[in-house]
Design a protein. Structure first.
Length: 434
């Protein structure tokens, strides 16, 4: 996304890298498109454990008598685990040591197991540990998937990565669809999500092969951290990402609760409201897949900073108004939520792509790792904040707490675009601190 991850930027040629002997060195072949479809389906299925505790929130809250804030940390722990998994993978250079399809498949299976075990503990801390492990393993799923897709596309790389981001967006919405389909007790949500991850792992393990466009390996290096932090274009791209992430995951984690409160306030029976809110949450998240693909295509044409700024302007505006619509008619509430769902993730893949373009070429891997860690750390805080605010402040002020993120992100993107168009940092990245 990325929402975390490290899609490759500048490639290392057009040779026959990878294990796909059928690769011809041309993008846009039937094999390339077929691989993109395969990866998208696999990512959709493998990412479904991410929000299983959010979709089954009522089950876990009743089982352990959790407050809203404590329930929020069941998702926050996934975010922290993802950061840890990303850092461990970077330090150990796993992407270079373990073949991509094996790395993806093993990680997806690990996430499936950790998620399925949620049904066993009767205490809060073991649940947090399992959610942490789920996030830890998912760090080996979609960041590698974006790299895998990028080995099949070069000129259309923004579209390819946007498609993968769209797939993982629908995958993260999947537990809410399971909940709406009758997974009230948590069993259907949790086991359905784990089964999806197992199938995703099997698809990649059995059918995926690398494409003809290898990219330069860029491992994390501690000695480059200071240089990356001092490099202004990279800082701006990272701050834009942090602002975007401050809003994104908090919306995804709490949108079903927002719909539940709205429907109950409109007089719906609680049981029916629970099912309907889960279904509405699914659509509000899943529709973002359209935004991610469309923004990927638009960014290749009009520029990443511009498209990211447009998306954040729309999503930030939704954050300002959505919470004050609890007495509004359903078409208006649902319409705003769908617009929010499209815009809040539309720009996601463009931030890591920006880092690959503006960071010093020898420090791209380090820059991407730091960007991911900063962004997902912010999500853990904002997810807790909206769950706390739901009870303490009400939805109007709670959603507004997310708006500073995208608007600060816009400022960062405007400044970055000014630097790049003015020659401050070329599209190929800088060569040292600025």
């Amino acid at each position: 996304m990325s929402q975390g991850g490290s899609p490759p930027g500048r490639t290392g040629g057009t040779g026959t890298g990878g294990t796909g002997s059928e690769a011809t060195g041309r993008e846009g072949t039937a094999l390339a498109w077929g691989t993109l479809v395969l990866l998208s389906i696999a990512v959709l299925l493998a990412m479904s454990p991410w929000f299983s505790s959010a979709a089954g929130s009522d089950f876990f809250r009743e089982r352990l008598a959790l407050s809203s804030g404590a329930a929020g940390w069941l998702t926050g722990a996934v975010q922290v685990g993802f950061v840890a998994g990303t850092l461990v993978a970077a330090f150990l250079n796993l992407a270079d040591i373990v073949p991509a399809r094996s790395y993806f498949a093993i990680s997806a299976l690990g996430a499936a197991l950790a998620n399925a075990l949620l049904l066993l503990p009767e205490a809060y801390l073991p649940l947090l540990a399992l959610r942490f492990l789920t996030g830890f393993f998912l760090a080996g799923v979609y960041p590698p998937a974006m790299k895998m897709a990028a080995t099949w596309f070069r000129a259309r790389r923004g579209m390819a990565i946007g498609t993968v981001v769209g797939a993982l967006t629908v995958g993260k919405a999947a537990p809410f669809l399971l909940r709406a389909g009758g997974g009230e007790g948590g069993l259907g949500v949790v086991l359905g999500a784990s089964l999806g991850a197992v199938v995703g792992a099997a698809l990649v393990a059995a059918f995926y092969r690398d494409g003809p466009f290898p990219f330069v390996r860029r491992p994390f290096r501690w000695d480059l951290v200071g240089q990356v932090v001092r490099h202004r274009p990279t800082r701006l791209a990272t701050w834009g990402y942090v602002g975007h992430m401050w809003e994104l995951y908090a919306v995804w984690a709490a949108i079903s609760l927002y719909f539940l409160d709205y429907l109950v306030g409109q007089g719906a029976v609680p049981a029916a409201a629970g099912t309907a809110s889960a279904l509405l949450a699914f659509w509000a998240i899943a529709v973002g897949g359209v935004g991610a693909v469309g923004a990927g295509v638009a960014a290749d044409r009009w520029g990443r900073e511009r498209v990211a700024s447009w998306a954040m302007a729309v999503s930030g505006s939704c954050a300002l108004v959505a919470g004050w619509l609890l007495d509004a008619p359903p078409p208006l509430v649902i319409g705003v939520a769908l617009i929010w769902g499209v815009s809040v993730v539309a720009d996601s893949a463009q931030f890591s792509a920006l880092v690959t373009e503006v960071a010093p070429s020898h420090a791209v891997g380090t820059a991407l790792t730091l960007q991911t860690a900063a962004g997902f750390t912010a999500t853990a805080v904002s997810i807790w904040l909206v769950h706390w605010g739901q009870e303490a402040l009400g939805w109007g002020w709670t959603w507004m707490l997310l708006a500073p993120g995208p608007f600060l992100g816009i400022l960062a993107m405007m400044r970055l675009r000014s630097l790049r168009t003015g020659g401050g940092a070329g599209a190929g990245g800088g060569d040292g601190p600025r």
